[in-house]
Write a protein that binds this ligand. Sequence first.
Ligand code: ARG
Length: 463
Amino acid sequence: MNKPWGGRFKDDSSKLLEEFNASISFDKQLYKEDIFGSKVHAEMLYNIGILTYEEKNNIISGLNKVYQEIEDGDFVFKIQDEDIHMAIEKRLIQLIGESAKKLHTARSRNDQVALDFKMYCLNQNKEIRLLLLNLIETLLDISKNHTKTIMPGMTHLQHAQPISFAFHILAYCFMYMRDVERLIDDYNRNNYSPLGSSAFAGTPYDIDRNFTSSKLGFNSPCYNACDGVSDRDFALDLLYSISMIAMHTSRFAEELVLWSSYEFKFITISDSFSTGSSIMPNKKNPDVAELLRGKTGRIYGNLVSLLTTLKALPLAYNKDMQEDKEALFDSCSNIILSLKVLIGMLKEVTINKDEMFKKAQIGHITATDLADFLVQKVGISFRESHHIVGKIVAYAESKNCDISALNIDEIIKQDSRITREAKEVLDLNYSMNSRKSFGGTSEESVKYQIEFLSKWLNEKQAR
Ligand code: ARG
């Protein structure tokens, strides 16, 4: 039979086998990495005397031609060619003849696919990181304008204490900062070339793995050839890191959905990032934020899918591992588009300061400040002051007003030890700016956080 591996076979492949076995419909995405890897492999084969100068040049210019055909959409992907590696090799043989048949010397599809897929993952790692930096920059710009913007900070989705809008947004900046750092760690941990592992046991040819590894941009060749073809940790690391980004994004997206509702009105999402309803003419829906939240499901699924595929697989390569790609492609393309769309939406969002301030006046959110005042200025124990302020809150509720709207005489009536300066701590601005502790919400603390993040961002962007 006329498959590259068909020597020992008498009969042709069943059509069903071809359909089931092929990965070309999706692994064609790896053509850039595959051609890059093959060119460097050919150079190495020339360096060690396996290819003549002419054969090497023929192979490289032939591979360049194949590359151009794929880029131009002229390359015909056929299921009979099984995967991108064999499809490219077959076309190379058609284009340059005999010398192409030497390219696969000292190499196997096992190390070839591990190499292509790893380079793909490392490239996506970089692209996602750049988008995260862009997102952090966008969030920092918003934060810089809102260090004085007061909103009701929440726990249990109930009004809790006054914070600045900048403080809230900065919390996301720090999550995304860790996501960038995690991707950098992943990159460094996985930056080892599998090329030259061959089938899994190494090769009798005197290959130069240091040459291929450094030409391909790796830190060094992987140290164990069996590990080199069997390991898919690098893909799982990326799937996990993407899951974390998606989780952070889904929390943020959920808040954007809430904030853009009539109940909150904290933000207005621009028309260009909103959608309408097919029946209700009044509707303006935050579909973008909802989809950002929704993408998280499939992204987690992709992580669990590959973990499950790899579970209990014996060493070294097994065909099961072909199932690694679609999950990863899907997570990468979805997180990349998600981040782009989030950045785009944030650049156009309107922050409704006045609405936030209005809502901060509901829920007695300076009650903790009064309790702290009774401890610090009057010398009452915190447990007792908590109880006293609880009674004052109940009194305000009975009057249908916020604790900050009570006059001082009414407050003192609840406990005669309370002094007149207590009124001051019920002020929202006073409360927010009193939280000067490291990492707190005061303007001073928040400016320090912005400074820290800006410095970190500059360093990362300079690289
Ligand atoms: N298409 C295969 C994959 O994606 C390539 C490696 C095939 N190797 C083999 N020995 N059959 O995993």
